[in-house]
Each structure stands twice: as structure tokens, then as C-alpha cells.
Design a protein around this ligand. Structure first.
Ligand code: SAM
Length: 306
């Protein structure tokens, strides 16, 4: 299904809970605040099936809040995997509960994992995540590798005056351990959830010059046609860096549909207000074409750029 700007929806970002065991200083809360209760496991499974069938997509990412805080997380992954409709089931997590859950997640059918890791220094980690759990997260990371997750991506949100002096350390860490570094430019938090004006102004760093410098060192540069035209750089130390920088070009390449944990379907991190809640409709046993109408309405609400 394409939106009015001819962008095809190719994957889903699905928040399965707004609960979180962290309180990160940069958090965008995935751009929305739930208005009603969380979808049940059965509702999530049904919605994943409907979306795969309507949109002919095979990729889904689970997020939160913190997805590992959702008690039924293993069941959710297993149910979605057992649909045999998704080839790529991934998750983004802060990693705090990963050590305990990595093996079960892998066995349930989770294919890939992203872990938020904006610092390797315990004091800086503590400042960013309000948590002194760096060591536990690193153990979870190792466990994830051990049980077979591949690739593992580390989400490194760059913040001026906080962790901008750690980029080289992170590149080295990723190169040595075979992790992919996602270098993420801090973005403004949507007004729909209260914004982050002062924090953003103080700590935002334009990542473009840094990417240019990295490009000059890269052995290979790839642009992913989907996924917001993200660039992938392969450095000589075998580190792979993916770059995520918000811009018009970034929005132009956006191929994502978002689902909030209460069933709100929306097309953009910045416009959850344009969403449509599908929770009730899930109980009406509509035909696929009726669900398609609801999804199309949301997809058509996507503006070209925000
Ligand atoms: N709790 C999970 C986690 O830590 O991965 C999932 C939710 S968290 C909102 C998902 C990702 O959003 C984080 O890894 C981070 O990279 C990104 N993120 C959140 N707020 C951001 C911001 N203001 N700027 C850039 N990236 C942000």
C-alpha cells in the first residue's frame, strides 16, 4: 500500500506497552501517549496478521515503553512468528532484562535485536538512563550474541556535552564484537507528548559533519532505499555504522507504519494525533477489505515531510 506521496509501507513499528523500567533523558516515547488500555496478546496477534495480509509486509519491530516489561512478551513473539507471515521480527530494548530473556526470545522466533547503548562509561550511562545497570546490560548483550542473535545493533543517540566524546570508543567496541552501530541524531520530541525543547537545544549535535568524516574513512558506503534512505558505512576496522539523521530526505524515504500499544495506528512519529484506533474494530470480525479501509485512511494521512 502506498501513501499519497508514493511511499510504500514496508514495515511496522509496534509498541506493545508504554511501561518502562528506565527513564531516559532523551526519550521520545515513540511519539504517542496511549489513551486506552493495552491491546491483549490475542489482539496484537490478530492485528499483526491483518497488517501483514493487507500490506504484504514481512518486517515488524516491537518497541515500547520497554517491550521486555510486557509480561507476555515471549508469547507475543511466538504467536507472531507462528503466523509464518513475517520473515524479520525484531525488537528494540534497553537490555536490562535481556540476560534473563535472550534465549527464550530467540527460541520464540525473534530474529534481530537493537539495544539502546548511549555510553560505555557507568557514570555517563547512569546520567542518560537514570540507571546504574550498565554492567547488567552488557551481560545481556553478550548473552544475546551467545544465543545466536545476528546482527545485533546498538542504538547510540549522540548528545552534545554528554556522550559525543565516546563515538570512537563505540566504533571500536562494535568493530571488536561484531555489533552494528546505529549512530542516531537526537531528534525533537513530538509536541503531542510535551516536547523536549530545552534539552534538545542544549544537547542536539548535527551529525552530518561527523558522517562526512566517517565516510572519508569508509571502505564502502551503502544507501538503504527503504528505511528513510539511511546510510551504512563499513570502516576498515570492520565496524559497520548505520546513520539515522532526521531531515526531509529522511522523511522522504519513510516506509513505516506505527502501532501504539492501545491500538492507535499512525503514520509518523510526529503526528500520532492523525492516527486511528483499531482496537474496537478488531472485535467486529470485519472482512479484510474493511480493515484495509481503516489502514488506508491512516496511510493517506501521512504528510510528505514533518
Ligand atoms: N525502551 C526501548 C529501548 O530503549 O530501545 C524501546 C523504546 S526507545 C523510545 C527506542 C529507541 O528510540 C531508542 O533506542 C532510541 O534510539 C530512540 N530514541 C528515543 N528518543 C529519541 C530522541 N529524542 N532522539 C533520537 N532517538 C531517540
Amino acid at each position: 500500500m502506498k501513501d499519497k506521496s508514493n511511499r510504500e509501507i514496508k514495515h511496522i513499528r509496534f509498541s506493545i506497552t508504554s511501561n518502562c523500567n528506565y527513564n531516559c533523558i532523551y526519550c521520545d516515547q515513540e511519539g504517542f501517549i496511549p489513551k486506552t488500555s493495552e491491546l491483549t496478546v490475542d489482539e496484537i496477534t490478530k492485528l499483526c496478521k491483518i497488517l501483514a495480509e493487507i500490506l504484504k509486509i514481512t518486517r515488524i519491530k516491537f518497541t515500547g515503553g520497554e517491550p521486555l516489561c510486557r509480561e507476555e512478551i515471549i508469547q507475543i513473539i511466538k504467536n507472531v512468528s507462528d503466523l509464518y507471515l513475517y520473515k524479520d521480527i525484531s525488537m528494540t530494548t534497553n537490555g536490562l532484562l535481556l540476560y534473563e530473556k535472550a534465549e527464550e526470545l530467540y527460541k520464540a522466533g525473534l530474529n534481530r535485536i537493537n539495544i539502546s547503548l548511549a555510553s560505555l562509561k557507568p557514570d555517563v550511562y547512569n546520567k542518560i538512563y537514570n540507571s546504574d545497570s550498565l554492567e547488567k546490560v552488557l551481560k545481556g548483550l553478550e548473552k544475546a550474541k551467545e544465543v545466536g542473535f545476528n546482527p545485533i545493533k546498538l542504538n547510540f543517540v549522540l548528545m552534545k556535552g554528554i556522550n559525543d566524546n565516546e563515538l570512537d570508543t563505540m566504533i571500536e567496541f562494535c568493530g571488536k564484537n561484531g555489533y552494528i552501530l546505529q549512530l542516531i541524531e537526537l531528534h525533537e520530541v513530538s509536541d503531542a507528548i510535551g516536547g523536549n525543547g530545552d534539552f534538545y537545544k542544549k544537547h542536539h549535535l548535527d551529525v552530518k559533519p561527523i558522517i562526512e568524516e566517517l565516510e572519508s574513512r569508509a571502505e564502502e558506503i551503502i544507501v538503504r532505499g527503504s528505511m528513510q534512505n539511511r546510510k551504512i558505512l563499513k570502516l576498515p576496522n570492520s565496524a559497520i555504522i548505520e546513520t539515522i539523521t532526521p531531515s526531509h530526505e529522511f522523511c522522504m524515504g519513510c516506509t513505516k507504519l506505527r502501532v501504539g500499544c492501545d491500538g492507535n495506528l499512525f503514520g509518523c512519529l510526529y503526528r500520532s494525533d492523525l492516527g486511528k484506533n483499531i482496537k474496537e474494530a478488531l472485535h467486529n470480525h470485519h472482512s479484510l477489505s474493511k480493515y484495509e479501509q481503516i489502514v488506508k485512511q491512516v496511510v493517506d494521512s501521512r504528510e510528505p515531510y514533518y
